[in-house]
Write a protein that binds this ligand. Structure first.
Ligand SMILES: Cc1cc2nc3c(=O)[nH]c(=O)nc-3n(C[C@H](O)[C@H](O)[C@H](O)COP(=O)(O)OP(=O)(O)OC[C@H]3O[C@@H](n4cnc5c(N)ncnc54)[C@H](O)[C@@H]3O)c2cc1C
Length: 402
């Protein structure tokens, strides 16, 4: 029996492979890089654990709960909320769903007002009562946020900057339905990172697979009827093809031009320091202003000291501008941490031109794949997140089996 070929060993491809393996269906998983994980990787660097771009695992994602052995990942959790910059000071703002007294503190600090609390409660109720809230809305996340009429402090100090970081997009032009979906996950679940870094997620999926089923450094160059052709000239005959490559690579293999604006980029810098001014396990949301480049920064070693060597702190700083340098980042951070205290040592930066796909750009790829009998999977086939990568990987394997 010819195997099913899976192209790409990111989360979606690894998940598809695991589902086929459980069903005892023969498959081969081909990955062009020397390692699996795609966008979910970690690196050990001078005693620090650095993820390739700041990202978190939302424990409330249904597919995450179904597909991963979470206790084996030894998760460390962020607190729910963020530091908000107001009147030249960082104020911790904790989610009222995780800490009911926090709302009083936020009211006292003037970060939120009573009408905001009422509007938030109404929004929460809407999310609870409707399984797919705003699924028919044509509004963007930005338009929807504006329609809620929150106070400028809550909207511009917390809500918008928090979602700039989730969407990796300062225009918030993704659908409003995606905004409420993510909001629900953050209200109900928790954001976590494994002790060994996000790459532990990919490694857990890999470990469950037979060794001889995963082939690294194997780049697929073209797709043909009943076979795939590798860049090294080899061909592999197959019963079906599951295309789990990232959007740009999938578009190339299907010979479809990718529209401008379909992919969002980001860059994460890592710094080490002897100390860090704030104790909370929270992101610091940098307000959007003229000349501002940074989205957020966090002291990751406050969340898990094992991500840094003893006596050191690990700080991540994320921006959407891939051309920006560590010196520009440090200069901008000076106003939020104090230039005189800012003797952070630059460790490494990860520039990720293909960080997240945007919704609404994938119709032609899907149509072409369908026409050619190729099963597509990957976050972009649903929405940008690990949940979608896991879910679409499972669906692709099930489609290949049926
Ligand atoms: C900076 C950043 C922050 C993020 N933050 C979050 C977050 O906080 N929460 C969240 O849920 N999600 C987050 N995500 C999104 C999440 O990481 C992705 O949705 C998910 O990893 C996508 O997995 P995938 O398998 O669909 O694609 P990919 O990870 O892109 O995998 C595709 C694989 O295909 C391989 N490939 C490509 N072409 C070929 C070829 N021709 N032959 C063989 N192999 C090929 C690639 O090398 C790659 O390994 C973030 C992503 C980034 C980059």
């Amino acid at each position: 029996m010819k195997p099913i070929v899976i192209i790409g060993a990111g989360i979606a491809g690894l998940q598809a492979a695991n589902v086929l393996h459980e069903a005892e269906i023969p498959f081969v998983l081909l990955e062009k890089q020397a390692h699996v994980g795609g966008r979910v990787q970690s690196e050990h660097f001078q005693g620090f654990i650095l993820d390739h771009g700041f990202q978190v695992l939302q424990t409330s994602y249904p597919e995450v709960q179904q597909s991963l052995r979470l206790p084996d990942l030894d998760l460390s959790y962020f607190d729910s909320g963020a530091y908000v910059w107001k009147e030249n000071t960082w104020h911790p703002f904790y989610s009222p769903w995780h800490d009911s007294f926090s709302i009083l503190r936020a009211l006292g600090d003037g970060m939120i007002n009573i009408p905001d609390v009422v509007k938030l409660a109404r929004l929460w109720l809407k999310i609870q009562l409707d399984s797919k809230p705003l699924s028919k809305s044509t509004m963007t996340a930005m338009e929807y946020i504006h329609s809620l009429h929150f106070s400028p402090t809550f909207q511009d100090g917390f809500l918008k900057p928090f979602f700039y970081g989730i969407f990796l997009d300062e225009t918030l032009s993704q659908p409003a339905s995606l905004f409420v979906f993510y909001l629900k996950q953050f209200l109900e679940g928790r954001a976590a990172i494994p002790t060994a870094g996000m790459g532990a997620i990919s490694n857990q999926l890999l470990k469950a697979l037979p060794e001889d089923s995963v082939h690294l450094n194997m780049e697929v160059e073209s797709l043909q009827e009943g076979k795939v052709v590798l860049k090294n000239g080899e061909t592999i005959a197959c019963s079906k093809i599951i295309l789990a490559a990232n959007p740009t690579a999938a578009a190339y293999l299907l010979d479809i031009p990718l529209a401008k604006g379909a992919i969002l980029q980001s860059k994460t810098f890592y710094f080490s320091a002897d100390s860090f001014p704030n104790e909370g396990k929270l992101l610091h949301l940098v307000p959007k202003g003229e000349g501002s480049n940074i989205l957020h920064f966090a002291c990751l070693s406050k969340v898990n000291p094992k991500w840094a060597p003893a006596g050191k702190e690990l700080i991540s700083v994320t921006t959407l501008k891939t051309e920006i340098t560590e010196n520009e980042v440090l200069k901008e951070l000076g106003q939020y941490v104090g230039q005189e205290k800012l003797n952070w040592k630059f460790l490494k930066a990860y520039s990720i031109p293909e960080s997240l796909p945007k919704q609404g750009f994938w119709k032609f790829i899907k149509q072409k794949a369908h026409k050619k009998g190729i099963i597509l999977t990957g976050d972009y086939t649903q929405y940008p997140s690990l949940q979608a990568a896991f879910a679409s990987g499972r669906m692709a394997a099930e489609a290949a089996i049926s």
